[in-house]
Design a protein around this ligand. Structure first.
Ligand code: TYD
Ligand code: MG
Length: 458
């Protein structure tokens, strides 16, 4: 490594470090993302010394004892599930999301639960709001016990001292972009500040065995600023998504060292904070049109839970030479691919149409099992023929138009049955498995390729 020269160039997107400016980042491929920032050599400051010095001898795995209560339940079931069963001691959790989506609210509610029901000591550090503002928010949420401490400061060195003195069980840092380490001279929110701050917090979390929650803002492009640097360092990454103008919010685990990823928790923003939504399928299907063309229900497995979703498609004649394609809530390229498959294998002239695809409810899903539902919705709207609203469809589509097997079919069918669906269109390859499981009250139809799908429109 070269000696500290005073400054270096960092990629704003992924934190890639370079001694000279580059047009394209070799790390993430982003263009024009390099900024110059001063670097300060933090020589010799590693995990080896300081807090962890006494740990420098290896231990046998068999001798590592797990304390009785390694996970702390937050008392908010939807959050516990996303965390993989509760807060892990010594875990570092990053909570990302658009401004105003409810990150501070959720974490404050969690603090309240931990203090009131769990009898824990919690420190809430806010770099964005004053004590009064946090108090005002807390009042909306409800009364809170004695053991919730507030600290409105941005100097991480001072904050570390407070944490060491107070010895809390859980610490909230709201937000990482406002925090400053004194030995780094660049401004708050820059890549090197964010990285150094997170590193300091990481040492604290692992060294003192406390759980730390970090709030991270998301940039326009939808990534936490200074993003992948953070994602590597923390144990768990949670994203808060959903339409800011609608009231529901989806909390999703993108990375979790202590649980399954892609797990979701659904909340609704009310006047008194976030309220859990126990049955997301019911919520996502609320207001679904009865017997309208272009509307098809499907089922996606989010983490460990099946969630029913409505796919809407609107095909209308294009007025321009270039037809418009829009997709909300699912992958744009995937939709284009599926439309190409329909065009080639079924000979429908979709190129004359504008296509708008929407997953109702504002949730973002990318599971291939949605393909069949999307295809049915597109054809339904194109032909203006209805798929009965008691029908649910799922299956992956291949480029030759074949309908491929998917996983956890029985689980999806059970969820559909629970929600009152009576007909199910599934990949033919999955049929055998299902019959063994004996889901009999449901009429199950297997399809081999998208040509067979057309008979539902006769
Ligand atoms: P907030 O938690 O401040 O968002 P973030 O920290 O992610 O930026 O959420 C703020 C929004 O939530 C704000 O628009 C007001 C709304 N809100 C409610 O509707 N009800 C409530 O009880 C609270 C506390 C906030
Ligand atoms: Mg906030």
């Amino acid at each position: 490594m070269a000696k500290s020269k005073g400054s270096a160039f960092f990629c704003k997107e992924c934190g890639y470090e370079s001694s000279k400016w580059l047009g394209q980042c070799p790390g993430c491929g982003e263009w024009n993302s390099f900024v110059e920032e001063p670097v300060v050599k933090t020589a010799g400051k590693g995990r080896g010394n300081g807090i962890n010095s006494e740990r420098l001898h290896p231990v046998k795995l068999s001798e590592v004892s797990l304390e009785e209560e390694e996970r702390v339940k937050t008392g908010i079931d939807e959050l516990d599930r996303v965390l993989g069963g509760g807060i892990v001691k010594g875990g570092l959790v990053l909570v990302g999301g658009d401004p105003g989506i409810g990150k501070s609210t959720l974490l404050l509610q969690m603090c309240r639960q931990l203090v009131n029901n769990g009898d824990r000591k919690v420190l809430y550090v806010s770099g964005e709001e004053s004590n009064k503002q946090v108090k005002l928010r807390a009042q909306r949420i409800g009364t809170c016990g004695e053991n919730l401490y507030l600290l409105c400061d941005v100097n991480l060195d001072g904050i570390s001292e407070v944490i060491k003195e107070l010895q809390p069980d859980v610490v909230i840092i709201d937000s990482i972009q406002t925090m400053i380490c004194e030995n780094i001279s660049s401004s708050a929110g820059s890549v090197s500040q964010v990285r150094e701050s997170t590193n300091t917090l990481l040492q604290l979390a692992k060294g003192m065995n406390i759980s730390i929650f970090i709030v991270g803002h998301v940039t326009k492009e939808g990534v936490v600023a200074g993003p992948r640097v953070l994602e590597h360092m923390v144990d768990t990454v949670l994203y808060f998504e959903g339409d800011r103008h609608a009231s529901y919010r989806v909390l999703r685990a993108v990375k979790n060292r202590f649980g399954s990823t892609n797990e979701i928790g659904v909340f609704e923003m009310a006047g008194t904070g976030l309220v859990e939504v126990k049955n997301p399928s019911e919520y996502m299907l609320k207001g679904r049109p009865e017997d309208a063309s272009g509307s098809v229900t499907t089922c996606s497995i989010e983490g460990t839970r099946p969630v029913l979703l409505e796919i809407q498609a609107l095909m209308c004649k294009t007025n321009f030479g270039m037809p418009r394609r829009t997709s909300v809530g699912t992958d744009y390229n995937r939709v284009n691919l599926l439309m190409a498959v329909i065009e080639k294998r079924l000979g429908l002239h979709l190129s004359e149409c504008d296509a708008y695809i929407n997953i109702a409810g504002g949730i973002k899903v990318n599971e291939p099992a949605l393909d069949l539902g999307i295809i049915l919705a597109i054809i339904s709207s194109y032909k203006d023929k209805i798929i009965p609203s008691n029908t649910i469809a799922f299956g992956e589509i291949g480029l030759s138009g074949e309908v491929r097997a998917i996983s956890q079919v029985s689980q999806r069918i059970t969820e559909a049955e629970k929600m009152g669906f009576t007909q199910c269109i599934v990949p033919y390859a999955n049929i055998e498995k299902i019959e063994k499981n004996g889901n009999s009250s449901m009429k199950i139809t297997g399809v081999r390729n998208i040509g067979e799908v057309l008979r539902f429109f006769e």
